[in-house]
Structure formats: structure tokens, C-alpha cells
Design a protein around this ligand. Sequence first.
Ligand code: PGA
Ligand code: MG
Length: 218
Amino acid sequence: MPPLQAVLFDLDGTLVDTAPDLCHAVNRVCADHGSPPVPLERLRPVVSKGGRAMLAAALPDVAEAAREAMIPPFLDYYAQAVKVDSVLFPGVDALLGAIEARGLRWGIVTNKPEGLARAVVDGFGWTQRCAVLVGGDTLPQRKPDPAPLRHACAQLGIAADAALYVGDDERDVLAARAAGMPVVAAAWGYRLPHEDPVSWQADRLCADAGAVIALLPP
Ligand SMILES: O=C(O)COP(=O)(O)O
Ligand SMILES: [Mg+2]
């Protein structure tokens, strides 16, 4: 395996705890529908599974076609307020600094639409620091397809096995495996109670972002 040259991250549930602002957007959709707001605890476990999963968790009795029509307003509401209550997960700031201190680059490969992911990146002041950003609509394929990870490596001019991917959902592990990229499962992220990240068989399972620093070259 070539020496590590870059670390790629999932966004929601890995770098940023975006669940509160996504929950606000879901609850604006619920209000438009005349439904009561849902508590954050109900949405948090499915945030990394995307907007459709969040709306399904919030409005399980609404027909799928009707929920599909709620996606554009949901995304609009979220776009209006991406960084009100969203915060970095503990240790993320130190991890990004440690990557940069080693002369390595880092980037983001998320299923979130690219424009929204860019807004989050800008909101956290990462515009110049984030070396590559691939969103869920950047390519026709999204995770668990390996294409977005491969695209990020092509943009960086590195081989897939010279990068490390860090993500909090099983599809992140599947995408990295299919791309031939080493992968860390982020146990600090979002998942349902029955989901066991050990069973995803990532190369490493890290309890917090700080633990990823130990995997970097000295
Ligand atoms: O918005 C989504 O679909 C989830 O985003 P993620 O891939 O950064 O977890
Ligand atoms: Mg995620």
C-alpha cells in the first residue's frame, strides 16, 4: 500500500453534528403538513441515511409519493439555516489540524447535495482547507457506489489506496471497500439501535475523532 496522502471524510455524522439543523428543517415541513414537530432523538439515528429517511421517520403515515414532494421544500428550509445549531464532533478540529500538520490533505465525500455540503464547509471556515468536496449529486452515482470516492482521488491526483475514508454509516464502509480504500468506521456518528458497526468490518472502528489521529503516520 502506498503511503497515506489524504484523509477523506463523510460529512453528516462524521465531521459535523448536523442533526439539529436538519431536524429544524424537517419540522418546518411537518408544520406545513399540519403535523406536530418530531423530537431530535427520533431523527438523529437516520440522519446519515439522507433526507428521505428523515422524512420517513418523521411522517411514517404519509404516502411515499407525497413525502417525495416534500424533499424540495425540506432542502430549501435546510439551505436557509445550515449552521445554526450544527457543531463539530469533539476532536474533529484537532484531527484536521493533525492531518494538515503532517502535510497531508483532507476532503469530504458526502451524499448530501454538493451545494448544501459546500454551505456547511463555508460555514465552518473550511473553504480553503478542504482539498476536495464530492456531494451526492456531483456524479450520477452516490455511496455505497465507489464512484464518488474514486472521483475525489482523481481530483487529488492520488490512488484510492493512498487515501483513508472515515464514515459513520455502513454504506460508507461499503463504498470504500469497493473503491479499494482503507476505511475507518466512526462509532461517534448516527445509527439505529440495531446497527452494529463491528459487523461492517471496517479496517478500524474509532470511538471518537481523536482516535483517528493515532492512525496517521508520525
Ligand atoms: O445527506 C445524506 O444523504 C447523508 O450525508 P452523509 O453522506 O454526509 O452522511
Ligand atoms: Mg454520515
